[in-house]
Write a protein that binds this ligand. Structure first.
Ligand code: DX5
Ligand code: ZN
Length: 209
């Protein structure tokens, strides 16, 4: 069963409370939070205080996508806040296995995020240690970009290697590609601008399923 994870980046930040309640009502399972540091990606978003307030406000699963150059300094605080999923970018870490172990020791689901240009084979040695893999279907940093269909082949290769691996797709996900992504084996679909661009979030979420 696919899980839908609206990306808060595309929400109206002046009415965040209302936006999150609408996401809860839309039938989504997960709230995707993009943490950007202005170094790994050329953009800034939000940090601990806002994530903590969101955690206290909603029962949705919280999925933190760390687009930062030093993910290791965020793990303890995020687990204290009580987020559910944490993904770190393979491109930012020297000791990926160590950090994945640390996330799991902190009782969060641990994932590796891969940029479009990063081959999936780079995570093969630790594939059995991962709770999920986040495949970027746009270059990280911004919402509203065009979906890159190179992810289909990446899903295929990952599924051949480990059939039960949970795969999350992030970037440019809409009703035009969701069906094919699910058929290919994607289990979590992140979607920002597509969901938040209308008034009826439930209808958008339904169309992705
Ligand atoms: C991009 C972020 C995505 C983004 C998705 O760097 O990781 O989560 O918010 O937004 P859309 O669905 O608009 O591409
Ligand atoms: Zn993301």
């Amino acid at each position: 069963m696919v899980k839908i994870a609206p990306s808060l980046l595309a929400a109206d930040f002046l009415r965040l409370e209302k936006e999150i309640r609408l996401i809860e009502k839309s039938g989504s399972e997960i709230l995707h939070l993009d943490v950007m540091d202005g170094h790994f990606v050329p953009n800034l978003t939000f940090g601990f205080p806002i994530i903590k307030q969101i955690r206290e406000f909603t029962n949705l699963k919280i999925d933190v996508h760390l687009m930062v150059t030093n993910p290791e300094i965020y793990i303890d605080n995020l687990s204290k806040i009580g987020v559910d999923y944490i993904s770190i970018h393979q491109e930012t870490v020297f000791h990926l296995h160590r950090l994945i172990s640390k996330i799991k020791e902190n009782n969060c689901k641990a994932g590796v995020a891969l940029n479009p240009a990063t081959p999936v084979e780079t995570i093969f040695p630790i594939i059995n240690d991962l709770d999920f893999v986040l495949l970027m279907s746009v270059n990280p940093g911004f919402g509203g970009q065009t979906f890159l269909s190179l992810v289909y082949e990446k899903i295929r290769i990952l599924k051949l290697k480990r059939k039960e691996l949970c795969i999350e797709i992030d970037g440019g996900v809409t009703d035009l590609n969701a069906k094919k992504l699910i058929a290919a084996g994607a289990e979590i679909l992140v979607s920002g601008s597509y969901i938040f661009s209308g008034n009826d979030y439930s209808a958008k979420v339904g169309s992705l399923r």
